[in-house]
Design a protein around this ligand. Structure first.
Ligand code: XMP
Length: 493
């Protein structure tokens, strides 16, 4: 009944995730027993198969910290100067508390003139020197400042005094206990190596407490800090960029290119492996076995798969190259698995079913852009449009992003004429990834259970043997979605 993947994907069609559907298997275990732990690269293991995309509207420090806290990983984009990219890595790694608040620091003799002085932080911390190395003496919350009649008043006169702090490796569980033990306290600075690196607030802790928890824990590197990845290009200048990233403690580097099978990338893979033998390098993007084979031979530790399947991509229309993502993931994975190289299915994920399909077709992780871009942790502020809260999401090959610097990925070199391979758009507010990623993964577990796969390893074995699938006709795709209703409640995520 149904087709094996080998037979289905050998017919000369390019299939997307929505084109195909798996036939259910046998459920012989409870959903709690489905294990989503996986490999990002040859040497890096993750507790969940989720990676945030190196795009400037998706992954900076806040997203990278949250993804690591969930057990996945974030890849910091390279559309900024190398020293800024390195600072984002350090900020993401600076604390185990999953929320990043970027504390504002002042000295006791300062005064706060405007609410803007708080920036994104819920409070202003006061140290005797006014910087992160000083001795902590107190804090001022936004509400305290709002109630203040004379805004010129020095902080020393109305700050809440304290000198207590939480260590940087205090995770959510410990932070919950910390605030329980100190009922009067609204904030605590987080300190690492004698410096104030962040601040945690009671409000955040209470909010996180209500979110579903993932079992398995965060993605910890060898030195106990969260793991963080970063993107680089394949130009000469990227070798210098890499130096900054390595100094900042980057755990894995992604060579960010829309067509990865190139002389430049192969040289860069060899350079990275020779210069930093301990650092895993992810190559791509690729969609064919031929491309993948070249990068595997050059020494990649992981492969990123997808060309033109991303929600903001126009590569297939502009350049006439690419592949349906289901076909690409299956084909590349079937080759890469023979060499023990994990595959990242990059782009085209818009629901939990797509994640189940990507993982069952052979990918070890999924990389997501639009799925995460509407979250609190994505860079940028929300805007309200027609009564809806939206965040900007743009392709790294859009003219707007390339003008800011990402032209290396899409132009290959320093071409004068810029041809866009992506668009600028917006996505709806989804709340925190710390909340909706666990829900999404619970659905992924149910999908794997329906197939009869208790782990990703099971799924990867099954795609070579017992798993059966079919192509959905246009009518079958309509039938498989919500249809025939006058109205319905939109799903929360
Ligand atoms: P999703 O579907 O998750 O896709 O939003 C994210 C992935 O899309 C790729 N990407 C682009 N591809 N033009 C392209 O052809 C672009 O401007 C562009 N920007 C990002 C990238 O692989 C990302 O992870």
């Amino acid at each position: 009944d149904g087709y094996s993947a080998q037979r289905l994907f050998h017919q000369g069609y390019s299939y997307t995730y929505d084109d195909v559907i798996f036939l259910p298997g046998y459920i012989g275990f409870p959903v709690e027993q489905v294990d989503l732990s996986t490999k990002l690269t040859r040497n890096i293991s993750l507790n969940i198969p989720c990676v945030s995309s190196p795009m400037d509207t998706v992954t900076e420090s806040s997203m990278a910290r949250a993804m690591a806290a969930l057990g996945g990983i974030g890849i910091i984009h390279a559309n900024i100067p190398p020293s800024d990219q390195a600072s984002l890595i350090k900020a993401a790694k600076s604390s185990h508390f999953p929320v990043l608040s970027n504390p504002v620091l002042r000295s006791p003799s300062d005064s706060i003139i405007s609410l803007e002085d708080f920036a994104d932080s819920p409070c202003i911390l006061v140290t005797d020197s006014g910087d992160c190395r000083g001795k902590l003496v107190g804090y001022v919350a936004k509400s305290d400042w709002n109630n203040l009649a004379d805004k010129e008043t020095q902080l020393a006169e109305y700050m809440v005094k304290f000198s207590d702090f939480a260590p940087w490796d205090c995770d959510l569980g410990r932070m919950i206990r910390y605030f329980e033990e100190k009922p009067g306290k609204e904030f605590t600075p987080i300190v690492k190596g004698g410096e104030i690196v962040d601040v945690a607030g009671r409000e955040d802790v209470e909010r996180l407490r209500g979110y579903p928890r993932l079992v398995g824990g965060g993605s910890m590197g060898p030195n106990g800090e969260w793991m963080v990845g970063a993107a680089i290009g394949t130009r000469e200048a990227d070798k210098e960029r890499l130096q900054h990233l390595v100094k900042a403690g980057v755990n894995v580097v992604v060579l960010d290119s829309s067509q990865g099978n190139s002389l430049y990338q192969i040289d860069m893979i060899k350079y990275v492996k020779k210069t930093y033998p301990e650092l895993d390098v992810i190559g791509g993007n690729v969609v064919t076995m031929y491309q993948a084979d070249n990068l595997i031979k050059a020494g990649v530790d992981g492969l990123r798969v997808g060309m033109g399947s991303g929600s903001i991509c126009t590569t297939q229309e502009v350049c006439a190259v690419g592949r349906g993502q289901a076909t690409a993931v299956y084909k590349v994975s079937s080759l890469a698995s023979q060499y023990g190289v994990p595959v990242i299915a990059d782009g085209g994920i818009s629901n939990s079913g797509h994640i189940v399909k990507a993982l069952s077709l052979g990918a070890s992780t999924v990389m997501m852009g639009s799925f995460l871009a509407g979250s609190t942790e994505a860079p940028g502020a929300y805007v309200v449009q027609d009564g809806r809260r939206l965040k900007k999401y743009r392709g790294m090959g859009s003219l707007e992003a390339m003008t800011k610097g990402s032209d290396a990925r899409y132009l290959g070199d320093k071409s004068k004429l810029k041809i866009a391979q992506g668009v600028v758009g917006a996505v709806a507010d989804k709340g925190s990834v710390l909340k909706f990623v666990p829900y999404t993964l619970q659905a992924v577990k149910q999908g794997l259970q329906d197939l009869g796969a208790q782990s990703l390893r099971d799924a990867h074995d099954m795609i070579k043997t017992t798993l059966r699938l079919e192509v959905r006709t246009g009518a079958a795709q309509i039938e498989g979605g919500v249809h025939g209703l006058v109205s319905f409640e939109k799903k929360p995520f």
